[in-house]
Design a protein. Structure first.
Ligand SMILES: Nc1ncnc2c1ncn2[C@@H]1O[C@H](COP(=O)(O)OP(=O)(O)OP(=O)(O)O)[C@@H](O)[C@H]1O
Length: 264
């Protein structure tokens, strides 16, 4: 992990929908520059709401932050528009790998760079950078995004976000609905980007096993509150985390009788 300075600070966020449903009850955590932080939790724990609070996307769903705030690079961005956040380097890949289905993969990627005032040559160079990260997208660049596989659409959604040259990439459940091998490929790529270019990553995941394997640290949400935070490696070794989030039972010590059995 690179530097230790704080890039993103989520400070006691409470959030409601329709002025009635309280989805977050005071979530706090920090993300250091250059790290991968996983936001874990079961269905409905508040992961998506937290990410949308960070990117100021709640108003589109009649949601709002009612207390607390978000600091990005030391600046209060609680009221910054999503477009301002993208320009400041904070980009979110929404849940469900949204692509423009009728546009080609390449057109989808180019759309991600439109917010920057880059020349044609710069956009072409950025495209080549994305194709080097995801060679599969280069092969499929002329295909309509809607006709490509779920994995290719996820890569396109991530590639499009990378076209705006983010400092902080925020991803909502990139593993959703994808085969384990594709999920592993995507997490490996995220880790490589993190190591090679220092990209900071906040990733919300229900798949705690893969997220804890690739993240530096993790925060666990339950019922709209952060209940646990720590180093990913340490959390992976904890019995309560294994039982509640990794679907593993703690292994009982073998009984003497069992030890005497011949190998199966
Ligand atoms: N647009 C919405 N309107 C009303 N309530 C919502 C809305 N979106 C989420 N909620 C509620 O807010 C709570 C947190 O949901 P959220 O989607 O943030 O959880 P999550 O951890 O991301 O779950 P999932 O993994 O299923 O996406 C849930 O009780 C959910 O029903």
């Amino acid at each position: 992990m690179a530097g230790k300075d704080v890039l993103l600070s989520v400070d006691g966020i409470r959030a409601t929908y329709n002025g009635a449903i309280t989805a977050l009850h005071g979530v706090s955590f920090t993300l250091r520059r250059g790290e991968i932080l996983a936001l874990l939790g079961a269905n409905g724990a508040g992961k998506t709401t937290t990410l949308k609070a960070i990117s100021n996307l709640l108003p589109a769903e009649r949601g709002e932050i009612t207390a607390g705030g978000v600091l990005y690079e030391g600046r209060d961005v609680t009221t910054a528009t999503p477009a301002e956040l993208v320009r400041a380097g904070l980009v979110q890949v929404l849940e469900g790998r949204h692509c423009f289905r009728n546009l080609t993969i390449e057109e989808n990627l180019i759309s991600g760079g439109l917010g920057r005032s880059g020349s044609r040559a710069e956009i072409a160079a950025d495209l080549e950078r994305i194709y080097a990260i995801f060679p599969r997208l280069k092969e499929k660049r002329r295909a309509s995004a809607g006709l490509t596989s779920g994995g290719e659409q996820q890569m396109t959604a991530i590639g499009r976000a990378l076209m705006s040259r983010p400092k902080l990439l925020v991803l909502d459940e990139p593993s959703m609905g994808l085969a384990p091998i594709v999920v592993q490929d995507i997490f490996r790529t995220l880790r490589r980007l993190n190591v090679e270019s220092g990209l900071s990553i906040l990733v919300a995941e229900q798949n705690s096993a893969i997220a804890l394997r690739y993240a530096d640290r993790a925060t666990v949400l339950e019922n709209g509150a952060a209940v646990l935070s720590g180093d990913a490696a340490e959390l992976r070794g904890r019995d309560d985390v294994k039982a509640s989030y990794l679907g593993q039972k703690s292994t009982p010590a073998p009984t003497p009788a069992a030890t005497n059995l011949p190998p199966a």
